[in-house]
Design a protein around this ligand. Structure first.
Ligand code: 3BY
Ligand code: FES
Ligand code: FE
Length: 410
């Protein structure tokens, strides 16, 4: 096995062959060493969205998720504080809580029943010697932050700054009242594709008009360019009207995040099969719930849409070089009653269809980039600008970790 320095130098050499504005050299989409690098240096360092505060509202409620090869858990303590831990026992490392949401006052490892409290401290470890120091075997903490009802984690020892993201996003999300909501539906898809192909696909709508008939009813997929562009007069006009109603809408961004409220296609109020709201009790009732979509996205792995009547979350989690899990969640007002105010089918239809269609596109893309005949190709600047942003962000992250290739080696 090659040492890490040698592998990083090789990744640096490969990165140096990248043509800006083009898809990545093939190995970035299938090489196991690059996948390990991505888990460590991308997913191990970034802020990642994992869900919503309403999923961990009560004391003892937890949300467990595996990021790459690292099971982690976010847990609401008896003191009301949200904390996060590596969900890995300090005895011999077993995963403690199963992935998903649940309630647990204490965390008991299923293997040999070591017991941790809600602050991660080890409280019980049977058959260990008298002088065994429990205080040295607490769960390892991870960073947890929230913004207006949404939850983020970072596995790194030193997390990137969260303040600018928080301060920009909080007023934009506040009108959507996500603390008074409930998760009405969730879906998980396993895609046989590298996580970067999943994200490049998620970051462009070049393919939408042809491949997403249901999404295209309400989502602006026309050829006039980036649906977030602030240069288009119709988009500017929409944003000004929304701002006048008290909804912050102007695009804001940092290196790893972006947020903006954008207009749906003329005459549509929600991203549904007919463009009409599908939940009778809106989450945001400004302008009768006709508020376009408040979209926010994090590199490396997510995008969300807050509409008048529901919120949709999309996150991608890498599993293997050519396998990614896509998790989707739908939030509705907490008082909306299933069967009376909405049906899960109406709520989930468009995004479920879209995700299934995207899965096929990603798997097809993976087969092609694995080919001996694959050469990186050019993105459309007008229609794939967010995909370009994604690969540029990725390439910069990689470049900040790997040694720059010496001119001699090139
Ligand atoms: O990033 C987004 O918001 C969208 C959703 C559909 C395709 N993608 C560009
Ligand atoms: Fe958890 Fe043994 S691995 S108690
Ligand atoms: Fe798509």
């Amino acid at each position: 096995m090659l040492d890490q320095q040698t592998i990083n130098a090789q990744i640096g050499d490969l990165l140096a062959t990248r043509r800006p504005g083009h898809s990545l050299p093939g190995a970035f989409y299938h090489d196991p060493a690059i996948f390990d690098f991505d888990l460590r240096e991308i997913f191990g360092q970034a802020w990642l969205m994992v869900g919503f505060e309403v999923e961990v509202a009560a004391a003892g409620a937890y949300l467990a998720i595996t990021i790459g090869r690292s099971p982690v858990v976010v847990l609401r303590g008896q003191d009301g504080v949200l904390r996060g831990f590596f969900n890995s026992c300090r005895h011999r490392g077993a995963q403690i809580l199963p992935d998903g949401c649940g309630t647990a006052e204490r965390l008991m490892c299923p293997y040999h029943q070591w017991m941790y409290d809600d602050r991660g401290a080890l409280r019980g470890a049977g058959r260990m010697p008298r002088d065994f120091d429990k205080s040295q075997h607490g769960l390892k903490p991870i960073h947890v932050r929230t913004v207006a009802g949404t939850v983020y984690v970072c596995l790194a020892e030193q997390a990137p700054d969260f303040t600018a993201f928080h301060d920009a996003l909080a007023p934009m999300l506040a009108p959507h009242d996500m603390l008074n909501a409930k998760v009405a539906a969730q879906a998980t898809l396993v895609e046989r594709g590298n996580w970067k192909l999943v994200m490049e696909n998620a970051r462009e709508c070049y393919h939408c008009a042809a491949r997403h008939p249901q999404l295209s009813v309400s989502f602006p997929t026309d050829a006039r360019g980036n649906f977030l562009s602030s240069e288009r007069v119709d988009i500017l006009d929409f944003k000004q009207r929304m701002e006048a109603m008290g909804l912050p809408s102007a695009p804001v961004e940092g290196a790893w995040w972006q947020a903006s409220r954008f207009a749906l296609r003329e005459g549509n109020e929600s991203i549904t099969i007919d463009g009409k709201p599908c939940v009778k009790k809106p989450m945001c009732s400004v302008n009768g719930g006709d508020v376009g979509s408040m979209r926010w996205a994090l590199e490396p792995h997510s995008f969300c849409h807050a509409l008048g009547d529901f919120v949709f979350m999309f996150i991608a989690v890498p599993v293997a070089p050519e396998e990614t899990i896509v998790m989707a969640k739908w939030l509705v007002h907490k008082d909306a009653q299933e069967g009376i105010d909405y049906t899960v089918d109406d709520l989930t239809n468009v995004w479920n269809e879209t995700n299934l269609q995207d899965r096929d596109l990603v798997e097809n893309n993976q087969r092609g980039v694995n080919s001996l005949g694959y050469t990186p190709g050019p993105y459309s600047e007008s229609s794939e600008s967010l995909a370009i942003r994604f690969v540029d962000w990725y390439a910069n992250r990689v470049a900040s970790v790997v040694p720059q290739p010496a001119p001699m080696r090139r």
